[in-house]
Design a protein around this ligand. Structure first.
Ligand code: FAD
Length: 303
């Protein structure tokens, strides 16, 4: 019996309520629709369940990967040889008190923004169209249209590598462009508290509708993808550089540089992870040769 099977056996004995899915195809859990099976997936509903399961995995030295909505993930064709903790959609309780919103990490940013709008709270409109979870958004310091998670997050509930749970002030979270203290994969976001401002529900909804229309116009939302494939290089825009090199429509197998937005690699049909990785390599090489700019992936590759 290997470590992962041992983990499964112990979880089944100690936590019969915990939903476990051995060999779950990750292509069902990534917006790229790519990726082989997770050795073992768990879908915890409660914080205690999540914490205990991760602690047990760490005791057995089984690597753990947390997955939110899989909208920034590229999973290897061979799958993930790890314990995958999936937070979306079930780990998603949310509470609003005055202008403070507290929610578990598996709530979708779109749902959170809608809840905030219903409560007459402004500040989260930018996140409504980002197809990720709160945990993924905090970890990536996700942002769009002038907004970024760092502007609204005040506190984060963190599961430390030691297994302890701490409440961190935002200043401690090392938020930078598409980066946070949680990007190391060892610190896990359990919940986050956001501070918003009072606003008019109708105006908030209108802003969200306008931003959604902008996305539909500019982004290839009709294809599976993981959003912007590369980070914005200092002083440049990745999409503009890729376009300038004439790479729109470039294909490897089922992976293609979007014709609509050169910053997106899309799954044009039947793409494998290896197709996407090979295409990303070609893009990086051609952009570097032509412009001297090194593109850094924004999507997280997991195996
Ligand atoms: C069509 C499209 C448009 C997009 N537009 C934008 C955009 O405008 N702005 C933007 O910033 N991004 C955008 N993205 C990318 C993506 O939606 C964001 O990065 C989002 O925040 C990822 O959240 P997720 O829940 O899907 O995370 P996942 O993809 O599941 O995970 C991303 C990373 O976060 C880690 N993670 C997830 N949950 C936790 C947790 N609870 N604790 C610790 N680590 C965790 C994962 O291990 C992984 O390393 C877009 C993606 C798509 C497909």
């Amino acid at each position: 019996m290997n470590q992962i099977q041992m983990l499964q056996q112990q979880l089944e004995q100690r936590m019969p309520e915990l939903e476990l899915r051995p060999g779950e195809p990750m292509s069902r859990h990534t917006t790229f629709r790519v990726g082989g099976p997770a050795a073992l997936m768990a879908c915890p509903r409660e914080t205690e369940e999540l914490v205990e399961a991760v602690k047990l995995a760490r005791e057995l030295e089984v690597p753990t990967v947390v997955v939110g909505n899989g909208s920034n993930l590229l999973v290897d064709d061979q799958g993930v040889n790890a314990f995958v903790v999936k937070t979306v959609p079930q780990y998603s309780k949310c509470q609003i008190q005055g202008s403070e919103v507290t929610a578990q990490s598996g709530i979708l940013l779109s749902q959170l923004a809608t809840r905030a709008a219903e409560a007459g709270l402004t500040g989260l409109e930018f996140a409504h169209g980002i197809p990720g979870s709160l945990g993924g958004g905090v970890t990536m310091n996700a942002g769009a249209y002038g907004g970024e998670m760092v502007q609204v997050v005040t506190k984060v509930g963190v599961l430390l590598p030691s297994g302890e749970v701490e409440e961190w002030e935002a200043q401690r979270c090392q938020f930078r462009y598409r980066h946070s203290a949680f990007s190391d994969g060892k610190h896990l976001v359990l919940w986050a508290k956001l501070r918003l401002q009072p606003g008019q529900p109708d105006a908030i909804r209108e802003t969200m509708r306008d931003l959604a229309a902008k996305r539909r116009e500019k982004q290839p939302l009709e294809y599976p993808s993981a959003g912007s494939t590369f980070k914005r290089p200092e002083g440049h825009f990745a999409a503009a550089l890729i376009d300038q090199c004439g790479l729109k429509g470039l294909r490897v197998g089922g992976a293609m540089v979007s014709e609509k937005h050169a910053g997106f690699v899309v799954n044009a049909g039947g793409a494998t992870c290896s197709d996407v990785l090979r295409l990303m390599d070609q893009i990086r090489e051609r952009v570097f040769q032509a412009t001297g700019v090194e593109l850094e992936p924004e999507v997280k590759y997991v195996k």
